[in-house]
Ligand binder design. Structure first.
Ligand SMILES: C[S@@+](CC[C@H](N)C(=O)[O-])C[C@H]1O[C@@H](n2cnc3c(N)ncnc32)[C@H](O)[C@@H]1O
Length: 217
């Protein structure tokens, strides 16, 4: 079944065209790995309820393309943690796109991290480290340049739970739907919004925003 999804020419074309609309030209290896990940997600989702999205067409838009939409916005960050990654969104997609960067994928849900171990092995993602646990309690061997998150927590909780993970000069890259003005207003005074980008994701209705937050002096 993962092979059937991964080899589906229509879904592959849809992913490739969607990526092009985002300004990305996927290599054949990236395309193959993204489709293999889709196949694994669709398969294990049946047994373990990893995501509420069950339809593979919708997964292409709402999971793969939505994650790919931030692929060009990682700047120079080399050491990245995706917090509340769930089944690896956006973390696995970014790790496929950027094999030269290191990604830590963290989630407190054991079912989801067990799936991530399967995906890491199947996709040979040597640049990925998986951590099962609550982010507040995580003590990394070294701090990160960037913290990514999608559908994780309010900005206030995210900053409170994760700021100890950031290296000096590092940033948060938070994927949000509507512009979260109320969440920004509730942030501590030393957290600054460095930039906000409105993203258009093929096949995804509603607003998408990408917020870059830094810790000020
Ligand atoms: C709504 S899901 C989003 C998953 C994925 N980022 C996505 O966009 O599909 C939120 C995830 O955050 C995880 N989570 C919530 N609080 C957490 C915490 N304090 N530490 C680690 N993971 C947490 C949950 O287990 C869940 O998998």
């Amino acid at each position: 079944m993962p092979e059937a999804v991964a080899g589906d020419a229509r879904l592959t074309g849809k992913l490739q065209q969607g990526a092009e609309r985002l300004g990305l030209t996927l290599t054949s290896e990236q395309l193959r790995n993204l489709m293999l990940y889709l196949g694994l997600l669709a398969k294990w989702n049946r047994a373990y309820n990893l995501t509420a999205i069950r339809n593979t067409d919708e997964m292409v838009n709402l999971h793969l393309l939505d994650s790919l939409a931030i692929s060009q916005h990682l700047g120079t960050a080399q050491h990245i943690i995706d917090v509340g990654t769930g089944p690896g969104l956006p973390g696995v997609v970014l790790a496929i796109m950027h094999p030269e960067r290191k990604f830590t994928l963290l989630d407190s849900n054991g079912k989801k991290t067990r799936f991530l171990f399967q995906a890491k092995t199947a996709l040979k993602l040597d640049n990925v480290t998986i951590v099962n646990g609550r982010v507040e309690a995580y003590e990394p061997p070294q701090p990160f340049d960037m913290i990514t998150s999608r559908a994780f927590a309010s900005l206030q909780d995210m900053v409170q739970w994760c700021r100890h993970l950031l290296a000096d000069g590092g940033c948060f890259l938070a994927m949000k739907g509507q512009f979260p003005q109320d969440e920004l207003d509730a942030l501590p005074a030393d957290i600054q919004l460095q930039s906000s980008l409105e993203l258009e994701v093929p096949g995804v209705e509603g607003q998408r925003h990408l917020l870059r937050l830094v810790i000020g002096s």
